[in-house]
Design a protein around this ligand. Structure first.
Ligand code: 5AD
Ligand code: SF4
Length: 454
């Protein structure tokens, strides 16, 4: 059984004894956010209750990210900030990518920590909790050994309308800059049957939007050999009651045309693909070990542009990878214009432990990386202003996500994953989680504005 409202459900486990409490803070990507939902559910099942401040908690957990140096440093700052709380008998645990990457070194750097556990070991959390309660230290550092996924029926999803489902864990791609294959272990897919069962349970609980998650969803291989990724997408999209299906993240090398064909055939599959390119220069892509050329990437974009519905395309770009010249960077800029992205996430290259590119000379000065980042963002802003403007005068269906009281506006999201804020006439206020048509009246670089159609 899955739960939309964990606190109510778990009253079952309350006993006369005072409950152990935990606080969890999550850094990083959607995978981490969703892992935390699973960890929270597991802890609640083990008799803990979640609290919202470190002061109230017996156990303080950080679910960490190590994708870039800054993300990693945040964790150690947090641990240092709260060291004094140890005197009050509190216990600390480091979960996620920094835990896997640093392992037992964390105990040396932060001796007040008693639990260090990477994502590939979460299924052993109940045993580790017993150990730390007995005053011992516990580690879960399965590295690239495990073949198992962390599946639990106790996931404590916070949003009652849209939720994540992990379909594949780990990564076997080994891009030169990327720490993920080292922190999340080898690639392992769930069976499509267990994914579909979870999706159906979510629908029964009132969910209408599902986002399928994985470091590289395109390399999904059904363990039971029944469905390809495109077939899984189709099957999830065809579950009665599902209104929207999204997926993230994709790798261009494994992105097949069958995905676009599935989007064409199944109306619930959203009009949006996030396809990280990283660089527009084939030379840099080669150094990054991305396994595709600029031309091959553009071929996939051409498939998407030929789709029956207009698909929104978004991407990730890294600037300042070792050896990236001005000419390489100019190719990235020209790629932005050629594709016409609806949004991009931009990053300065950050050398990471264990990764192949650590051996390369990170010779591009920080200042130059910052300059390239700014140029890239300015270029993308120009592109987005034009792209968003063309929606003025059109209509889109939004899922209502909330209300901005200060602006007296409702917050909606389109199938293309764009934010569309809108007004609704008095007496016709929409419900959060419902889907309503909105007529678009104005555009901004990152959002649209409109009026609900009644
Ligand atoms: N330095 C900078 N950016 C990185 N990313 C991954 N690793 C690094 C790194 N070492 C970016 C990539 C990826 C996104 C999630 O983070 O663009 O797609
Ligand atoms: Fe960060 Fe990558 Fe780990 Fe996600 S998988 S938490 S982005 S290091």
């Amino acid at each position: 059984m899955l739960s939309a409202e964990p606190p109510t459900r778990y009253t079952l486990f309350m006993s006369a004894a005072p409950q152990k409490t935990f606080y969890v803070e999550t850094f990083g990507c959607q995978m981490n956010v969703h892992d935390s939902e699973k960890v929270i559910g597991t802890l609640v099942h083990e008799g803990y209750s979640q609290v919202q401040t470190v002061e109230q908690a017996d156990l303080i957990l950080y679910n960490t990210c190590s994708i870039r140096d800054k993300a990693e440093q945040k964790v150690f700052h947090r641990l240092a900030d709260y060291k004094k709380l140890l005197a009050q008998g509190k216990k600390f645990g480091v979960l996620g990518c920094v835990a896997q990457q640093e392992g037992e070194k964390i105990f040396e750097r932060a001796p007040h920590v008693s639990l260090v556990c990477g994502s590939a070991s979460y299924r052993n959390l109940p045993q580790m909790l017993v150990q730390i309660e007995a005053g011992k230290r516990a580690t879960g550092l399965d590295d690239r050994e495990t073949d198992e996924c962390f599946e639990t029926e106790f996931t404590a999803r916070t949003n009652p309308h849209r939720g994540y489902i992990t379909i594949i864990e780990g990564c076997d791609k080994f891009c030169a800059y990327c720490v993920v294959p080292f922190t999340r272990g080898k690639e392992r897919s769930r069976t499509s049957e267990s994914v579909l069962a979870e999706a159906r349970q979510m629908v029964d609980l009132g969910y209408s939007e599902i986002q399928l998650l994985g470091q590289n969803v395109n390399s999904y291989r059904d363990r039971a050999g029944k469905r390809s990724f495109a077939e899984l997408l189709t099957a999830v999209g065809e579950i009665p009651g599902i209104k929207r299906v999204r997926f993230t993240t994709s790798h261009p090398r494994d992105f097949g045309r069958d995905i676009v064909e599935a989007i064409d055939a199944v109306p619930t599959l959203c009009d949006h693909v996030h396809l990280p390119v990283q660089s527009g220069s084939t030379r840099v892509l080669d150094a990054m070990q991305r396994l595709y050329t600029r031309e091959q990437y553009l071929e996939r974009i051409a498939w998407m542009k030929a789709a029956k519905r207009e698909l929104s395309i978004t991407t990730d770009v890294i600037v300042g990878f070792p050896g990236e010249t001005e000419a390489d960077f100019a190719e990235t800029l020209s790629l932005l214009a050629e594709v016409g992205y609806d949004s991009i996430f931009t990053f300065k290259y950050s050398p990471r432990p264990n990764t192949p590119s650590l051996a390369l000379d990170d010779a591009i000065p920080e200042q130059e990386k910052s300059r390239r980042l700014e140029v890239l963002m300015a270029k993308q802003k120009e592109i987005q202003i034009i792209r968003y403007r063309k929606y003025i005068g059109t209509r889109a269906e939004v899922m209502v996500e909330g209300r901005n009281e200060a602006r007296k506006q409702w917050i909606g999201r389109t199938s293309q994953n764009k934010t569309l804020n809108f007004s609704a006439p008095e007496g016709a206020e929409p419900k959060v989680g419902s889907y309503v048509p909105v007529s678009i009246t104005a555009s901004f670089p990152n959002s649209l504005l409109g009026e609900m159609v009644i």
